[in-house]
Write a protein that binds this ligand. Sequence first.
Ligand code: ARG
Ligand code: GLU
Length: 719
Amino acid sequence: MKKSVLLFLTFNLLIFNCIKADEGMWLPLFLKALNESDMQSKGLKLSAEDIYSINKSSLKDAIVHFGGGCTAEIISDQGLMLTNHHCGYGQIQAHSTVENDLLTNGFWAKTQAEELQNPGLTATIIVRMEDVTAKVLANVTNGMTDAEREKKVNEAISQITKEAIKDTHYGAYIRPFFYGNEYYMFVTETFKDVRLVGAPPSSIGKFGGDTDNWMWPRHTGDFSIFRIYANKDNAPADYSKDNVPYKPKYVIPISIKGVEENDFTMVYGFPGRTTEYLSSYGVNLIMNESDPARVKMREIRLAIWDEDMKASDKVRIQYSAKYASLANYWKKWDGEVKGLKKADAINKKKLFEQDFLLKVNTDDDAKGKYGNLFSDFEKRYSEISMWNKQRDYHAEAIMGIEAVNVSSFFKSVVDSLKNGKKAADLQLNIEKIKADVLTFYKDYNAYTDEKICAAMLKVYVDNIDLSQQASIFEEINKKYKGDFKKYAKYLYSKSIFVSPEKVMEALTNMDKNYKKIDNDPVYKLMYSCMTKYAKEIYPKYMELDAKITSLNRTYMKAMRELVTSKKYYPDANSTLRLAYGKVEGYYPKDGVHYNYYTTLDGVMEKENPAIDEFVVSPKLKELYFKKDYGQYANKKGELPVSFCASNHTTGGNSGSPVFNGEGQLIGTNFDRNWEGTMSDIFFNPDQVRNIVLDVRYTLFVIDKYAGAGYLLNEMKIIK
Ligand code: ARG
Ligand code: GLU
């Protein structure tokens, strides 16, 4: 009996939890042990040592964490770097004015002297990584509470990192892996003089805009080019005229030989965050509670913005970047829910859990350690549910009101002034608020925000239990009886936060004006909601979240102990990872097949001069009509634009280099397909594809379209 049960469940565990082809974001440190032979059998011609090494130069030396949120790759011995247009968007926008609009027109520095400096932008390269689990956990014992454990871990982390970078100009960070079962340290070199070299116009770099975002087939030339500068010793330095182009340890060669279906590919970069090992209860919270609520709230805001953007050009320009960023995750979460449903993720997790529990119960020791795991998960998730909901509504509804949000910039300064501090002691903070406020109001329209305010307060009150609403709602509910338009009208006619002039004026004499701010009706609303959040919601949420993390740590350990048929990769956490797969199309639904690549013909098919997102520039059309593709055409004479492949990627992988089996650059990662957005939580190899800009289109745009072919002289191009 026992034997047949075991046989049966081993089978189920295998089916449901085997790492399927192409799933995984692997740690470079373990490629040799875990992946090398598999990768080589699939077409890799390099060794693990060629990809990551601390003894010789390797691919890793050319992989850059770009501004902390994206990835970039070094493609010349003079520090030239390729990333996405949407990763450099903030910088390109910052250099743009109405007279000299780099977003619309594109930008190409003709000489190094013309390259543009970007204060605050960083380029970080990994020097080495190291397993520091034993050192980090040295003072952690079994009986400790979550808080005690965290304290010991943090103490060890600060000690170890300090030691690691002593007497160097390096930085270091340590992150938990597998929910804190392991810890790894990354020693880094961060460059601070990173200049803009070139960017295509948005009509190429953002072609398809939000309509095509998260979608395949895709036709976006999503790239921009930067250069790292260093001091005379080739070390990081603040911006200076005397800095020189950085001499990298490794330069990535570029192949324009093209890609075919089933070719091996790998993506090297800094994926941000995934949660692949959640229990069914964790998936349920995201899929049935958090995602739908956040999607609904964003939908309302987007609709109001859209209406006003269509009615006024000024508002359209003011809100376009904000709209794109709000829409990005709105669309992602929506796709995620649909993908999880289609994959039947919760039921599959539940089946796995049932079998897992059967296996646990066959062994007394395992039963003692892991027997209560799922009932504990169930309990904790039912507890965190309401706090999670309040957190979502605070972040998306309350803080989604821009006036409320901007008034929160003042909170800590006003609090200090109320406690007797003088403005002179807070001058630095006040200057910072001034700068933030100026940037904020450049793109602010109070009329639009008043509508958002009425709609968001209604959503909040309709969804958050009376007993859980911030205290100010007692008064609001009594006085306005659900008429939030009336309340919003009152707020926006009385508050200083709808007027940049009044806010700046208040900032000139805070010793006197803080009382006025403290009495401002928008400020009061913010204050009540923030107090509720800081005193109650956040601490409660964090306390329960720590308990869930601790359960996840145990679950993770148990899975690795008991389900040994599987190779485990740690969830993404913004550290350097390698994913590999192959170039391939997919079947998005019954009877429909998507090809693995797109071409300039598709750009022309999508062209629509009436819609901003689908305008094609005359220059690009001319090249298209003349078929002037030079060496960038494929064998059929088409100009390839992008391709899709089955590499496991997520947010943060934007800008990541995509390599062929020889370690040559064939493209730049920039998105994922709609059907595959659930892969942060549940990977389905039939449906998950990363979307890659074909490097031939990148070079074509630089060379033929922009006439900046001189940049190609720096690159190693393999024909
Ligand atoms: N979806 C891509 C990524 O998460 C690209 C986003 C930028 N593009 C846009 N149209 N908003 O971040
Ligand atoms: N566009 C995403 C980024 O900025 C990558 C898409 C994804 O989430 O896979 O990193």
